[in-house]
Design a protein around this ligand. Sequence first.
Ligand SMILES: *[C@@H]1O[C@H](CO)[C@@H](O)[C@H](O)[C@H]1NC(C)=O
Ligand SMILES: *[C@@H]1O[C@H](CO)[C@@H](O)[C@H](O)[C@H]1NC(C)=O
Ligand SMILES: *[C@@H]1O[C@H](CO)[C@@H](O)[C@H](O)[C@H]1NC(C)=O
Ligand SMILES: *[C@@H]1O[C@H](CO)[C@@H](O)[C@H](O)[C@H]1NC(C)=O
Ligand SMILES: *[C@@H]1O[C@H](CO)[C@@H](O)[C@H](O)[C@H]1NC(C)=O
Ligand SMILES: *[C@@H]1O[C@H](CO)[C@@H](O)[C@H](O)[C@H]1NC(C)=O
Length: 438
Amino acid sequence: MLWIRELLALCIAGIVTANPLATQDQRKLDQRALTVYHTENFYNERIAARAQWEKTLKRFHVPITEQVSSDLNTTVNELVFSSIQKAVNGDPSDPHVYWVDTAARTHNWFGLKVKGGRYSYDNPDCIYRVIPISDKYSYRIHGRRYGKGVADVSFSLISNPNSQQTVHALYGKDLHVDNDGFYTITINASDTKSRNHIQSSWQVKQAFIRHNLGDWSSEIPDDLEVEIVDGPGHSKPYTNKEIIASAKKNLGESTFFYGFGALDLKTYSEPLNHPKPPQQSQFLGTLTSQAQSFAPFQLKDNQTLVVTLTKGNASYFVFPIYTEGMITTDPGRRQVSLNNAQSFQNHNGSFTYVISKRDPGIYNWLDTAGRNSGTTMIRWQGLATSGDAAKGIEVYSQVVPFDRLSSVLPNETKKVSSAQRKQLLEERAANYDRIHYQ
Ligand SMILES: *[C@@H]1O[C@H](CO)[C@@H](O)[C@H](O)[C@H]1NC(C)=O
Ligand SMILES: *[C@@H]1O[C@H](CO)[C@@H](O)[C@H](O)[C@H]1NC(C)=O
Ligand SMILES: *[C@@H]1O[C@H](CO)[C@@H](O)[C@H](O)[C@H]1NC(C)=O
Ligand SMILES: *[C@@H]1O[C@H](CO)[C@@H](O)[C@H](O)[C@H]1NC(C)=O
Ligand SMILES: *[C@@H]1O[C@H](CO)[C@@H](O)[C@H](O)[C@H]1NC(C)=O
Ligand SMILES: *[C@@H]1O[C@H](CO)[C@@H](O)[C@H](O)[C@H]1NC(C)=O
């Protein structure tokens, strides 16, 4: 019996916690999104999205192999579900905290078979949550942090859930959390300089909240809840028809912003196999305290891409591998991303990675998940939002034949045996599942 009392004491102390993502709101919104997904096919929008991606890839002479074609189908399917997810939580008079941009897995605590809803460079470290916002209302977000919290947190008010243009934001370093881990954020049209306040405006449609986990074995995203404190009464609840119309609009915009904007203008306009030092940008879905390096890659069977980079002034960085459809492949089961906390560091502070299809037997392997081609978006976060905070971050890359790797890698490179790899992947899977699905 003793252990029950101890467990209770731990629960009260907040050490044993329920998953902050497993909320009633999450279940209701996912259920509604699934209902819509099963009643409407979005046939024309799917064709248009696929055509936009293919057009971009053809323009840059990327062969549409069977693999690329099937990856594009996955992307379109997830884009459809994400567009519905954006629509079901679209009423600023009835706001809920909704976890989106997630990989497909059954959320087993709900018994729902939730679809994958990833789009435009999902980060496997990141828990993305959204709240619909209008400047007619005054909101309070109640947060609760566990331990030291996660590696990087930000609350951005964005003008469009598809382009994700930031209007105002509150960054982790400016967020005031009390000694017990609690905080309250206010969002309204007032331009007061109060602590934890984010000013809304007529352009703002959504709060887009990122919790980036560095150490997957220990970090837990904050609990979040939202309430309206002032404003006109509730609007009429959205009908399924209205949700479908809004999802169609999201799909049309996403097709343009991602298939043309992110894939064409941001990624394929960069040289092949050559990620460059990053740049900070305020447009198209990027976080303003973040610098990014986009690059397409295309490797022969026995080729690898070796990348050495530095952290600069960032507090966190992550290096993920994507398909041409700009989503990760099974991030919980394959090592398709590594962040600074998960990587082996060289003596001089830099980090060296090997991108390849075959396991090179080194710790910092980035798995292409069986593919010869795809894209990357390396990102550095926690940077100052103005000036040239990304200056000084270095990125070097070269294509190296698999059997010449040892002559190129730093002599301190950490190696792993196949048994160690198996264990590392099992740990990754267990941590990923704990964070997301338990
Ligand atoms: C992609 O989807 C289309 C339309 O649903 C289908 O005809 C095609 O066979 C799929 N391709 C692959 C490679 O899965
Ligand atoms: C807007 O937020 C500020 C800062 O927290 C607060 O003082 C003010 O009362 C809020 N306004 C309304 C109408 O709730
Ligand atoms: C790649 O390397 C493996 C093992 O060294 C070899 O069996 C295979 O033929 C090589 N493939 C190509 C395309 O060179
Ligand atoms: C990096 O941070 C250091 C220490 O805060 C500062 O002196 C330096 O100017 C920063 N560099 C850039 C490029 O912002
Ligand atoms: C740091 O170490 C890496 C790996 O050995 C090397 O490629 C890089 O040139 C070094 N950087 C400096 C500034 O010495
Ligand atoms: C590793 O390489 C560095 C320079 O590249 C050299 O100074 C050092 O002695 C080497 N260490 C070993 C153990 O070979």
